[in-house]
Design a binder for this molecule. Structure first.
Ligand code: ARG
Length: 559
């Protein structure tokens, strides 16, 4: 049951919708005053009364029952106590029945969400800056799916542009097939870097010619390009497999080559296209933005042109309810522009396009910049985390079987969790020590809690059942309440495009469970207490697993 909803339905405030009351109800971190609370400050303006007197009035009109057993008004807060025994019965039984489906719903039934994420650029290896889009998008993909949406994961490949002419030129001058085949994407990237450092005017003009050849369908140029593309995809596939990421479409920029003309025609028909220094633009001055460039003076299309075509294509193909673009905030303006242009073209669905912007990731030692100099490749970060995890596990628990597998789950989990724990818009400084700590707010801490729960359950060997009518103590009730909040956390995380809510939820549930674990005996407890605590342990383990798996993180049995 959604207790917040239950309470919201029973409160009437003039001029305030039930939905608004619902979203304002909080679960206070300390439940002495109440299990749920409604702060009344927000309503003071509408009602022209002090928060304290609003709380008092609401208190006297609220009718308690077997679910909400007590209501109090303190300092402008309306506090509710709920029947913990009823709550425990309901929540624990639900989790133990639903298992890995606990938290899933049909909210999104019949609705499609497109998620454009990770969007690889051909011939460019992933550096740490590509981590967020990949794991954020991957998590949103899983979360929306869990909530019953039909999800389409799109890798909008960066496979169009003059740089591919340069790349072919560099390969022709300095490359050799064997080396490229062996060195893969890094060998290709080296050629590109070399071109930027060493190419003279002759090579520059050759590069333009190669680009033209790709465009005009020349067999040799396209053959080399396709080869580079397949090496790139093979490389990212390795990373995706580690991170548990998948896509339904790899339709990249090039795919839209023949789909731009109709957009350009439509822009012209609607009188939105203007000439400016020989280029074709959409003037956005009225909206406080620089013009959106549609065609360069030489007639070439741009990144924005291809994104306009892609938006139309996605609407037509998937009829999305929403289309998300998980792209760094550096592209804020780009998305504001294309969303505005689509709106000006009269597409009411332009409001369903969402730029899910996120902040930068850098490493502690400041290494990050791509242009020459220090670049940190994503695969190196992942591998280093796995290695470090292995060392830590070996130190802590040398007798463990299958350390390699465990280290992989712990190390990969730490990378993902490190990128997802904070609000996505924040810049992050990635620290190996921090993400791999057993004590901090980390996936390792959560995984370790799972291993602890597993070990309790294995030692007991008892059949799990929820004793009915059991009155939980404070620590137990705190865990139960957190368990009950999982479905709502998922909804909020989807609504705000914030997997971080789930990451934080998992840490908090683990903290509450550990507090309970320290304060209470389990295996040696008597009668119902023992059964209740075992059921609670199992429910926590299941819910933590569900939460981590939505982020793409696995849980080892032992650690
Ligand atoms: N490949 C682009 C980049 O690395 C990101 C593409 C994002 N998606 C899009 N539809 N524009 O900047």
């Amino acid at each position: 049951m959604d207790y917040k909803k239950y309470i919201a339905q029973r409160i009437k405030i003039e001029g305030v919708a039930e939905e608004e009351i619902y979203t304002n109800i909080v679960s206070p971190p300390n439940s002495e005053m109440g299990d749920y609370a409604l702060p009344c400050f927000r309503f003071a303006k509408v009602l022209k009364k002090s928060p304290a007197s609003i709380a008092e009035e609401l208190k006297s009109s609220y009718v308690t029952d077997g679910v909400v057993t007590e209501v109090g008004a303190v300092n402008g807060y309306l506090n509710f106590k709920i029947n913990k025994s009823g709550l425990s019965d309901e929540v624990l039984n639900k989790i133990l029945t639903l298992k890995d489906k606990y938290g899933s719903s049909e909210t999104g039934k019949g609705k499609t969400v497109c998620i454009d994420y990770s969007s690889v650029n051909i011939a460019k290896p992933f550096h740490i800056g590509h981590l967020s889009t990949t794991v954020l998008g991957g998590a949103l993909y899983k979360i929306y799916g869990f909530l019953g949406y039909n999800v389409v994961g799109i890798n909008h490949l960066g496979d169009y542009g003059t740089q591919f002419g340069k790349l072919i030129c560099a390969y022709k001058h300095w490359g050799n097939a064997e080396e490229v085949e062996k060195g893969g994407i890094h060998a290709i990237n080296d050629l590109y870097v070399r071109f930027n450092n060493e190419a003279d005017d002759t090579m520059e003009s050759e590069a333009r010619e190669y680009f033209r050849l790709i465009e005009s369908g020349d067999e040799e140029a396209n053959g080399i390009f396709e080869w580079f593309k397949s090496l790139t995809l093979k490389y990212v596939q390795g990373i995706y497999e580690k991170l548990g990421i998948k896509f339904d479409s790899y339709a990249g920029e090039r795919f839209y080559t023949d789909k731009m003309q109709c957009v350009i025609d439509e822009l012209r028909e609607k009188d939105l296209l203007k000439e400016s220094d020989g280029a074709q633009i959409v003037d956005l001055e009225k909206y406080g933005m620089p013009p959106c460039l549609i065609l360069r003076s030489d007639g070439a299309s741009l990144y924005a042109t291809r994104d306009l075509a892609a938006a139309y294509y996605r609407k037509k193909t998937y009829d999305f309810h929403k289309c998300l673009y998980v792209v760094a905030y550096q592209q804020n303006l780009h998305f504001q522009q294309i969303f505005k242009v689509l709106e000006l073209m009269g597409n009411d669905w332009a409001k369903d396009l969402v730029h899910v912007a996120y902040g930068m990731v850098s490493l502690e030692d400041g290494a990050m910049s791509t242009r020459k100099g220090k670049v940190v490749w994503l695969e190196d970060v992942i591998n280093k985390c796995i290695e470090k995890a292995y060392k830590i596990i070996e130190e802590k628990n040398p007798g463990l079987d299958d350390k390699e597998n465990i280290a992989e789950k712990v190390g990969v989990g730490a990378v993902i969790f490190g990128a997802l724990y904070n609000n996505k818009i924040k810049d992050i400084v990635f620290s190996y020590d921090k993400v791999l700590s057993f004590e901090g707010e980390t996936s390792v801490y959560v995984q370790y809690t799972c291993a602890r729960a597993n070990s309790v359950l294995n030692k007991s060997g008892e059949e799990i059942r929820v004793p009915s009518g059991y009155e939980p103590n404070t620590a137990e009730a705190e865990v139960v309440k957190q368990l009950a909040d999982f479905p709502q956390t998922l909804n909020e995380s989807a609504e705000k495009y914030e997997p971080s809510y789930i990451a934080r939820y998992a840490v908090e549930l683990a903290q509450r469970y550990n507090k309970f674990y320290i304060e209470n005996k389990i295996l040696t407890a008597e009668g119902d207490s023992k059964y209740f605590r075992l059921a609670l342990t199992k429910a926590v383990l299941q819910t933590l697993k569900n939460a981590l798996s939505l982020l793409g993180i696995g849980v080892p049995e032992k650690m």
